[in-house]
Design a protein around this ligand. Structure first.
Ligand SMILES: C[S@@+](CC[C@H](N)C(=O)[O-])C[C@H]1O[C@@H](n2cnc3c(N)ncnc32)[C@H](O)[C@@H]1O
Length: 235
């Protein structure tokens, strides 16, 4: 199946673009279905291999937006261990994998998504791959005066979260990800870790500094060759 992506160039040039796009999409969907099946077959507590994560990212086909491998591995390692609910800000492939690894241990994931179209795509994928234990909430961005952030369904959400994946909202203007602690900080148990992506993007270091000063969080930077993220621990 994958061979279709690897045809010699002169032959590829003869294929009309529409057919090429459909073939590529069919191959990637097939690859993704197979990879999701492999995830479902993992033993309880077993981490997906790096090869499997690469296949999942390729099949999901959202390059430039999905979590990099080192960040994803950190998320999944913690999803396998966390005792309480997971909060995710910004949905995507990670939402499906949180469901597969934490959801089947009986640990719920609450994922906030502000973009209606993207919410639709992730929602269909959750249903198609029968992922359990995920509440994907459509939460448009709201003006909180000092910043813009998601408008989450607070009354329905758990009183305490034990792990947070902070990978949204993608627009870092108007406070960016700052709103997480003012809006939901009182639901984060002491010791809860926030996995905060894109630390080098404009505005992000300021968010971390403000959280340190105003909320007393501890920030530890993780820099790898492919990604920079922060482990933010709540007091
Ligand atoms: C960095 S993405 C979150 C990705 C997710 N944590 C993952 O690794 O799969 C953050 C937000 O970007 C937006 N987004 C994701 N893919 C997009 C796309 N292809 N085009 C436009 N917005 C997108 C969604 O609103 C999403 O909540």
């Amino acid at each position: 199946m994958r061979g279709l992506l690897e045809l010699p160039r002169p032959i590829k040039r003869l294929i009309p673009p529409q057919i090429k796009r459909s073939a590529r999409s069919a191959v990637l969907s097939y690859m993704f279905r197979q990879a999701m099946r492999d995830v479902a077959k993992l033993a309880p507590g077993e981490m997906p291999s790096r090869e499997l994560l690469k296949k999942l990212r390729m099949g999901w086909d959202n390059q430039g937006w999905d979590a990099k491998l080192d960040y994803m591995e950190e998320i999944l390692r913690r999803a396998l261990e966390t005792k309480g609910p997971v909060l995710e800000c910004g949905s995507g492939l990670t939402t499906l994998l949180l469901g597969q690894l934490a959801g089947r241990r009986g640990v719920e994931t609450w994922s906030l998504e502000h973009n209606a179209e993207w919410h639709g795509r992730v929602s269909s994928a959750l249903a198609r791959h029968r992922v359990q234990g995920v509440h994907l909430c459509f939460a448009p961005l709201r003006d909180y005066q000092e910043f813009n952030w998601y408008d989450p369904p607070l009354a329905e959400m758990p009183a305490r979260f034990s792990l947070v994946i902070c990978d949204g909202p993608p627009d870092l203007a108007n406070g960016g990800r700052y709103g997480l602690l003012p809006v939901l900080g009182d639901r984060l148990a002491p010791g809860t870790v926030i996995l905060f992506d894109d630390v080098r993007e404009p505005g992000q270091p300021e968010v971390l500094r403000r959280w340190e000063t105003e909320r007393g969080v501890n920030v530890e930077l993780r820099e790898t060759e492919e990604v920079s993220f922060a482990l933010v621990t709540c007091p």
